[in-house]
Design a protein around this ligand. Structure first.
Ligand SMILES: NC(=O)c1ccc[n+]([C@@H]2O[C@H](COP(=O)([O-])OP(=O)(O)OC[C@H]3O[C@@H](n4cnc5c(N)ncnc54)[C@H](O)[C@@H]3O)[C@@H](O)[C@H]2O)c1
Length: 133
């Protein structure tokens, strides 16, 4: 399975990515390596995941973890999206376009109750909102 993980270099994103890679899945990560708490810690986490800093900064490599900055590129041929962050920008993406690009069935795991579950379901996504029945 290929899973898009938001905030890959963050605390939760790193741990989820590690588990997914250990289970043999492929991960596409989005992270802008912000200053909190430190870029060094984030590059160290990516390094542990098998991505050297130079590769992360180049945004291209052939390993199981790929770090990109464009959400549509990130969703291309992904099986699932794991939203672990509360970034408002995720509310405004063109999910019809994202759905078309993903492999089917296309899953979204919303860990922050950020997205409109019913609208996504109408578009064809299999949506799991963590913390909601
Ligand atoms: N860690 C916890 O125990 C915990 C508990 C409850 C809730 N949360 C929530 O879960 C979410 C993730 O938590 P975390 O601890 O992994 O946070 P974190 O700060 O460690 O990770 C977030 C990652 O997202 C990246 N980022 C931030 N804004 C970005 C943007 N606009 N574009 C690209 N990358 C961006 C940062 O560089 C960082 O690596 C947060 O919303 C947090 O409030 C965390």
């Amino acid at each position: 399975m290929t899973v898009l993980v938001t905030g890959t270099a963050g605390f939760i994103g790193y741990h989820l990515t590690k588990r997914l890679l250990e289970a043999g899945h492929q991960v596409i990560g989005i992270d802008n390596i912000n200053d909190y708490p430190s870029p060094e810690l984030k590059f160290a986490r990516l390094n542990e995941l098998g991505i050297a800093r130079v590769d992360a900064e180049l945004e291209e490599n052939e390993r199981y973890l790929k770090v990109v900055s464009d959400p549509y590129q990130a969703a291309d041929k992904a099986h699932a999206i794991a939203v672990l962050t509360e970034w408002d920008e995720f509310k405004g993406y063109d999910y019809a376009r994202i759905f078309d690009q993903m492999l089917k069935p296309a899953f979204i795991f919303d860990g922050r109750r950020l997205l409109d579950k019913n609208a996504l379901k109408e578009q064809g996504f299999k949506v799991y909102t963590i913390g909601e029945l």
